[in-house]
Each structure stands twice: as structure tokens, then as C-alpha cells.
Design a protein around this ligand. Structure first.
Ligand code: FAD
Length: 419
């Protein structure tokens, strides 16, 4: 068996970064992946454009039980260093007005190709398909057991390494190769999991009016009410679909909806004018009722810039005849209209689960992992990076930044452990 300094299990974003950084530090690196073709998530990311990072990233952009660990990793490898790293390997990034960075080519393939080429340059040995089923550790040597034959007489392949970094991802989009095996391996070393759920996944509804708006995208503010208390609020782009709700705002709130205690009563509410307060809209409506009484409600609502089909749906929900003149609107109708514009009920009856989730919430408990090295407190020589641990970010390049930062930290720490 070839003896490596470091075996990196999983060649997604975190694994590629870990392997590259370890290779650059002169380590003998083995990078394994269960899939023949690696990088599926990178290729599908950001609508195949790959949102690599964000202008500003802090631990506040993540949900985690260990914000100090996230802060330490982001400090060790910052978004600025990420941009410089990609430039160095031939991927220039451009900043978009939303704060998101994409490759100038608008192609995720550019990102994957550059990472794979850099891994080769750094001397990384990439072997696929090798799905690691379990790992043992004996006298400071880890043995990794793959389900692919390679040993004598068709026996399963084995690899030996001084350190191991688990970068197997979570449970999101399992067709890309992340199916939770990494969790089982972590658990075999005594690690516990913060319970996992899908995150950044579309929400579903049975509401035929909202579903009929499939294809419409609008800016929105979504508020999640749990037990009569507003617990979360997000602003962003929102997409009506034939099954329910998607787009960044719906994806961002999904984690909170999924993890909310449904027995307390959970409601999702929308304001279709996220940048204007309800009081201002109420004021405008009152003023228009007095000064433009011969306008129809539809004409007034249209001025707000909402798509006509959405305006009709909102008026339908408010039970107001869209052809009614403003002058004839009763007080209770104005109240209903206001509520439908600023506090519209978006019923949710489920979510699209891991199958369509961009990330996994929960994962390996970071209380059991050293804050600045990402080394296991339970098994020296074992490290973690990427989605496998209890860290998930919102939409905007944050999840990749976590992969780049945590991968770099794990590589540097493994190098120190080897030396
Ligand atoms: C549709 C979609 C769009 C996204 N867009 C963005 C975006 O634009 N910006 C952003 O920041 N984030 C985005 N994300 C999230 C981002 O892709 C993830 O946060 C990131 O890929 C996680 O990287 P990872 O390396 O930890 O895990 P993964 O990318 O899941 O990689 C894990 C790898 O480990 C391998 N593996 C698993 N188990 C084993 C095993 N036992 N043995 C060997 N190999 C194994 C898998 O085959 C896989 O290749 C998106 C996700 C999806 C699904």
C-alpha cells in the first residue's frame, strides 16, 4: 500500500481546495471520490455560472453551532485571498451588483477545470471512482477502504495515509455523490451529528392561485412566523413555480421553515414591496383614494410595478374587484388590500427536500472539532472541511467560501500534523 501524507475523501469544492493547498505545501496527497466524474455541484452551481464568493463574508452569513470556528476559518482564508487564488490559477472573477462574484466567463466549467489542473500541478493524485466505505486507524496510520476493486484477486482497494480530511459533503443533491457516507465514517470515530435537514431547497404549496403565477419573479420580503412571533425575515428575489416557491428568498427561508416547530403554528408571509413600509403604502392608498378616486384599483396597484398577473392574484386574494374605483373602496377593503400587498399569506405544505437542496443544515458537531485547525478532538490526524460539518450559508457564494476557507485550514493543519 502506498503511504500518503494526507488522504482527502471527496473531490468537491472543499476536497479540491484541501488537496491543492496540501500539495502546494509539499505533502504527498491522495484525493479520492466515489464518482467517476468529479465536481458535479460546482458545475451546476449559480445556474451553471458558479457564484464563487461574495464581496463581504462573515460568520453572520452562516447558520452553525460554532460561529467562532467559522470566523477563524474565514480569517485564515478570506474572500480577498479566494479572489487572488482563483486569479493565480487563471480564473478572473467579476463582482456583480448583488455582491456576488462569478467567473468572467460566466461558466462553472472554467472553475472546475482550473481547480483540477491546479491539483495536478500541485502533484495531487486523484483517483476515481473510489467510494470510501470505512476508515480504520492503527498506530497513527489511517487505512481507507474503497468499494472499488483494485486489490489482489479483485479485492477492494485500500489506501494508507498519515492524516485524513473528510470532505464528503452532506446529503444535498445526492445524485452528485454526497449521500451521507462521510457522516457514518465520522460517527465511527465517535463523532456526533447536529441533526441534519435540507437547506436552500424550494418550498411547495397547494395554493392554486400562487401556483398559477409560475414563472413570475419579483423582489420580496418573506417573514416566518412561529407561534405568533416573527422569527426570521429575508429579502431578495422570489420565483413562483408550478409547485410553489423558489428563487433566493424562498431558498434562504426554507431552512428556517423546515427546522421550525410546526406544532407551534408556522406561517410564511410576503411583502411585495420589500423596500417600502406598510405605513407608507397605507398613506399612498389613502392619498390616491382622495385625489384619484376615478382610478381603478388595478390601475393604482399596477403603478407599483408588479406584474399584471400578480396584481390580479393579489386583488383576488383580497377579494376586491380589480375594476372598482378607488373612491368606492370601503375601509375594510383598503385594509384587506394592504394586507394582501404587505402581509400576504404564502401557505406552505412541504419542501423539495435533499433532492433539490443546495446545502445540508446540521452535520458533524463542531464542538468535537478544534476551532482553529478543524482537527477532530476525538481522533488526532482526522480533519473536516466543507458541507460535512454543521455550517450552512445563505445564497450568495457563502457556501463555496466556507469550502475554500475550511479546506485551506484543514490542509495547513494536516501539513503541521504530518511534519
Ligand atoms: C444546484 C446547486 C447550486 C449551488 N450553487 C452555489 C453557488 O453558486 N455558490 C455557492 O457558494 N454554493 C452553491 N451551492 C452549494 C455548494 O455547491 C456546496 O456548498 C459545496 O459544493 C459543498 O462542497 P463540499 O466539497 O463540501 O461537498 P460536495 O460538493 O457535495 O462534494 C462532496 C464530494 O464527496 C464525494 N463523496 C461523498 N462520499 C464519499 C465517499 N464515501 N468516498 C469518496 N467520495 C465521496 C462526492 O462524490 C462529492 O464529489 C450550490 C449547490 C447546488 C446543489
Amino acid at each position: 500500500m502506498n503511504n500518503y501524507d494526507i488522504a482527502v475523501v471527496g473531490a468537491g469544492a472543499a476536497g479540491l481546495m484541501t488537496a491543492i493547498q496540501a500539495g502546494r505545501l509539499g505533502l504527498k496527497v491522495l484525493l479520492l471520490d466515489g464518482r467517476d466524474k468529479i465536481g458535479a455541484k460546482i458545475l451546476m452551481s449559480g445556474g451553471t455560472r458558479c457564484n464563487v464568493t461574495n464581496r463581504e463574508v462573515s460568520e453572520k452569513d452562516f447558520e452553525t453551532g460554532a460561529p467562532h470556528t467559522v470566523r477563524a476559518a474565514l480569517k485564515a482564508f478570506t474572500p480577498e485571498q479566494t479572489i487572488a487564488f482563483f486569479s493565480e490559477i487563471g480564473v478572473e472573477l467579476k463582482l456583480e451588483p448583488t455582491g456576488k462574484y462569478f467567473p468572467v466567463t460566466d461558466s462553472a466549467q472554467t472553475v472546475l477545470d482550473a481547480l483540477v489542473a491546479e491539483a495536478r500541478r500541485a502533484g495531487v493524485e486523484l483517483l476515481t471512482p473510489h467510494k470510501i466505505q470505512h476508515i480504520t486507524c492503527d498506530e497513527k496510520v489511517f487505512t481507507l477502504f474503497s468499494d472499488s476493486p483494485g486489490g489482489a484477486g479483485g479485492a477492494a482497494s485500500r489506501f494508507a495515509a498519515k492524516t485524513v480530511v473528510l470532505t464528503t459533503g452532506g446529503l444535498s443533491f445526492p445524485t452528485t455523490g454526497s449521500d451521507g457516507t462521510g457522516y457514518k465514517i465520522a460517527q465511527s470515530f465517535g463523532h456526533t451529528l447536529v441533526p441534519t435537514t435540507a437547506s436552500l431547497t424550494p418550498l411547495t404549496t397547494a395554493d392554486s392561485v400562487w401556483r398559477s403565477l409560475s414563472g413570475i419573479t419579483v423582489p420580496i420580503r418573506l417573514s416566518l412566523w412561529v407561534g405568533g412571533k416573527k422569527e426570521h425575515s429575508v429579502e431578495g428575489s422570489f420565483l413562483f413555480t408550478h409547485f410553489g416557491y423558489s428563487g433566493p428568498a424562498a431558498l434562504d427561508i426554507s431552512r428556517h421553515w423546515i427546522r421550525a416547530d410546526k406544532s407551534k403554528g408556522v406561517r410564511l408571509e410576503a411583502s411585495f414591496f420589500p423596500t417600502v413600509t406598510e405605513e407608507e403604502i397605507a398613506h399612498q392608498l389613502m392619498a390616491a383614494t382622495g385625489q384619484e378616486g376615478n382610478r381603478t384599483v388595478r390601475a393604482w396597484a399596477d403603478r407599483g410595478g408588479l406584474p399584471a398577473r400578480l396584481t390580479e392574484a393579489i386583488l383576488y386574494k383580497a377579494d376586491i374587484d380589480s375594476g372598482k374605483y378607488l373612491a368606492y373602496l370601503k375601509k375594510e377593503e383598503r385594509a384587506r388590500l394592504l394586507a394582501a400587498l404587505c402581509r400576504a399569506e404564502l401557505p406552505v405544505n412541504g419542501d423539495m427536500g435533499y433532492a433539490k437542496a443546495e446545502v445540508t443544515a446540521g452535520g458533524v458537531n463542531l464542538d468535537e472539532v478544534h476551532r482553529t485547525t478543524l482537527e477532530s478532538k476525538l481522533r488526532p490526524g482526522l480533519f473536516f472541511a466543507g458541507e460535512i460539518v454543521d455550517v450552512d450559508g445563505r445564497i450568495g457564494g457563502f457556501n463555496f467560501q466556507w469550502a475554500w476557507s475550511s479546506g485551506t485550514v484543514a490542509a495547513r493543519s494536516a501539513a503541521k500534523a504530518v511534519c
